[in-house]
Design a protein around this ligand. Sequence first.
Ligand SMILES: [Zn+2]
Length: 334
Amino acid sequence: MDTVYTVREYEKRDRELIEDFRKQTFIEGNDSLTVEKFDPEKLEGLTLLLFCNDKLASISVCEASHYTNDMTIAARICRFHVLREFRHCNAGFRMIRQQVEWARQTGFKSLYWTNDINKKILNVLYQHERKIGRSGLEEEYEIYKSFKLRNDLLFRVSKKSDFLQYVYEKKLDENFLWLPKENMIYYAHDGKDINVEEVLSIEKQPNVWHFKTSFKKSSIHGIGRFCEEEIKNGEVVCTLGGVLAEKSFKSGFMPMGENTELRCQPTFVNHSCAPNVELKEEKKFVAIKDIMPEEEICIDYSNLKEKDKLVLSRCYCKSENCRNEIFGNKNFIS
Ligand SMILES: [Zn+2]
């Protein structure tokens, strides 16, 4: 007989089922599903139950992102548990469609989950570097694949801890860049080999923007940083923080010379062949023309001092003198 899977929302009458499930997770050596951490009746959000032939196999929660103080902007998928005997039933896939629908209907712009940077096997899966069996679940697999690693930040469980997690996000509004307010560290990375000490030291030296800026969909690429007040030619727009270090060629930091890079927080500044700011000595973005409100702040990547440059991608800056391709260090992420 074929296995029948059903997914539905938690109801009060499921309480006993949940308590049995909780006990079973403890027996299986997982102690994270305590009553303090998971009480479906106190929880504001969506608790989904996955049944496998009428047996509760897995649970997962979607809730407003109170961790990051973005209660109306982002929702977090958490408390995902699968009982051992159901580990191979792709439980996560089976609930993901309802979670995305719920987050969309509730008005969130972003939906995410996080995973410990040290749990390598799971991160390889979440970064879509290993194929997963998905027969009959092709559509769900596509939804799962639309959750992408945020390579500009890391989740920090609390300010006092150095326990870091990767963030996997699905944008529910493509024109919106979610910049979490709390418990996140802005740090460019490629999802591998995080140096926790370095991450924490960069966090203590953030970039300082001297003018009001905002984020919007850019006609050049993805989301860009836009000026919100007039900036005069020659004024310092941003003083970059971070630490100078020997070039790693590993992750995306600001090239500062042949052999050095500035490991600073991402600036979200796009490339343009007709830039309006330039990176000057002493880690400063300086305006090279007057910049008006609503204008996108851009630098010319090819002016950054470095060696081993190559064509990064096509350029869509649409400026009169566009060189049609972006030339720079392959690891550079703005
Ligand atoms: Zn261009």
